[in-house]
Ligand binder design. Structure first.
Ligand SMILES: [Zn+2]
Length: 262
């Protein structure tokens, strides 16, 4: 398992090497069941340690069944470490604020949700992710965000401030599962499905340069930094999701070059 002691916002890589021909294997964690998927000779899953995870001594269970009917299970002790994510206050005009709950945003939330729910059977990510844009981090991952003094939501990605038009690069290889320039809250949005439950999200773009269904390589330009949707200045909001749960993008860009994520 990697890392040994995950923090809230990390991912845990669990690997299983079957002794015989495997029928299926799954891992139960945080009240959900995740299928282990084939990676070379082994089976693996990247479990989200989401923002709502309980901290302290926990465990995950791995269950497997062989084609000959044999079964087994193993208990994986996990110590989840706490993190302080901080607080941010934002001032928005009433018309900007109202877009968070506007009826028209239901469609974009549904489309984004559907893209994040996809779990492609083929894995396209290997090793460390690249930062899609170089720039100052204006809002960190997990911050409690208050809008006009009301608790609004947890910030589920990082905001990278950069001039409008700066190229935005794919953090890892994958298939474009959403490319939509019509959203009023998120602005022009791209989602890349990296397979095995991992997806990246790029929002507030000024321009989209890929089409849905296209395969993109790591570092390939997918669009340009902008201020579309509800944004207070030009920046990229970059999110990484593991099975639809937001995790810290820096976990992925700080992975060892070779090893667990590989
Ligand atoms: Zn953001």
């Amino acid at each position: 398992m990697y890392p040994d002691e995950p923090r809230v916002g990390d991912v845990m890589f669990v690997e299983f090497s079957p002794e015989k021909e495997l029928l299926r294997a799954a891992c139960s964690w945080n009240g959900k069941s995740y299928r282990l998927l084939s990676v070379g000779d082994t089976f693996a899953v990247a479990l989200p340690v989401g923002l709502k995870s309980k901290v302290g001594a926990r465990h995950a269970m791995v269950y497997w069944k062989y084609t000959d009917g044999g079964m087994g299970k193993a208990r994986l002790p996990v110590t989840v470490c706490e993190r302080d994510f901080g607080v941010q206050h934002l001032r928005l005009s009433r018309s900007q604020e109202s877009k968070y709950t506007a009826e028209e945003t239901r469609r974009e939330k549904r489309l984004i949700g559907a893209a994040l729910d996809r779990v492609g059977a083929e894995r396209h990510w290997w090793g460390r992710f690249v930062m899609p844009v170089e720039g100052r981090i204006s809002t960190g991952f997990g911050m409690q965000r208050y809008i006009n003094d009301r608790l609004a939501y947890r910030h589920k990605g990082i905001d990278i401030a950069a001039p409008e038009g700066t190229p935005v690069r794919a953090a890892a290889s994958g298939v474009v599962s959403l490319a939509d320039d019509s959203f009023i809250l998120h602005g022009q949005t791209v989602i890349i499905d990296h397979g095995h439950g991992i997806a990246t999200l790029y929002i507030h773009l000024s321009q989209i340069q890929v089409e849905e269904g296209a395969w993109v390589g790591q570092g390939q330009v997918v669009g340009r930094v902008g201020v579309s949707g509800v944004a207070t200045g030009p920046h990229l909001h970059f999110g990484v999701y593991a099975y639809h749960e937001a995790v810290d993008p820096f976990f992925w860009t700080d992975l060892p070059e070779r090893g667990p994520g590989e």
